[in-house]
Ligand binder design. Structure first.
Ligand code: GDP
Length: 211
């Protein structure tokens, strides 16, 4: 039996500039990705009840993949934010190479949390990220962030519209989606349940078959 993950126990372990420098693939991890300013740092901080992820960054500086451990074998991974207009083309291309390589080759990756501002969902590169993940057979859980900016009805309409669009594109299969607000602390439990289920998958594999 696996015990519940205590997210507030997360601690920073490493920053890696590329896949080569990521920690060894022992255990399992879940990655967080999203456009710059989508609310990724705020979400990670709300999830872990900490200030682990910085909320004010200088866009354009070297982009690192940050690793936070929940235990010796379970990690959260903060991927560099994308879509910042002033980043040079070289940097964008390098970042995209790193990202696609990470999603395709990282064997211990169990799922991708994709964050999109609820007022601007499914921008160009979001769709690319979803395709990369689906192509790599990776499940995706979408957070529609800053949901406090909309009332509940309109927020749910956005959620339905995104689902419809993903279905129309034929990529809704392994995707789940929820509203989230770091500010109001709504949706945290739903996110924790998703992470818990992905990060404890391997334990089930090692347990004796119970059916
Ligand atoms: P990141 O670049 O994706 O890491 O985004 P940040 O977490 O730094 O957030 C970007 C901006 O959005 C900041 O000004 C945050 O205060 C704001 N923000 C983040 N989460 C929320 C939220 O849940 N509600 C509201 N209203 N603003 C948020």
């Amino acid at each position: 039996m696996c015990s519940d993950i205590v997210f507030s126990k997360a601690y920073f372990t490493k920053s890696a500039p590329s896949l080569r420098e990521c920690p060894p693939e022992t255990g399992v991890e879940v990655a967080f990705a999203g456009r710059s300013n989508a609310g990724k740092s705020s979400a990670i901080n709300a999830l872990t009840n900490s200030k682990l992820a910085r909320t004010s960054k200088t866009p354009g500086r070297t982009q690192l993949i940050n690793f936070f451990n929940l235990s010796d074998t379970q990690r959260l991974v903060d991927l560099p934010g994308y879509g910042y207009a002033k980043v040079s083309r070289d940097m964008k291309e390098e970042w995209q190479r790193n990202l696609s390589e990470y999603l395709q080759k990282r064997q211990c990756l169990r799922g991708l949390i994709l964050l999109m501002d609820i007022r601007h969902p499914l921008q160009d590169f979001d769709a690319t990220m979803i395709r990369w993940a689906i192509d790599a057979d990776m499940p995706v859980h979408i957070l529609l962030t800053k949901a406090d900016k909309l009332n509940r009805g309109p927020a749910n309409n956005v959620r339905q519209a995104v689902i419809k669009e993903l279905k129309a594109a034929g990529i809704a299969n392994r995707i789940s989606i929820q509203c989230f607000s770091a500010l109001k602390r709504t949706g945290i439990e739903e996110l924790q349940n998703q992470l818990q289920s992905w990060l404890t998958l391997d334990n089930a594999e090692h347990a004796p078959a119970s059916l």
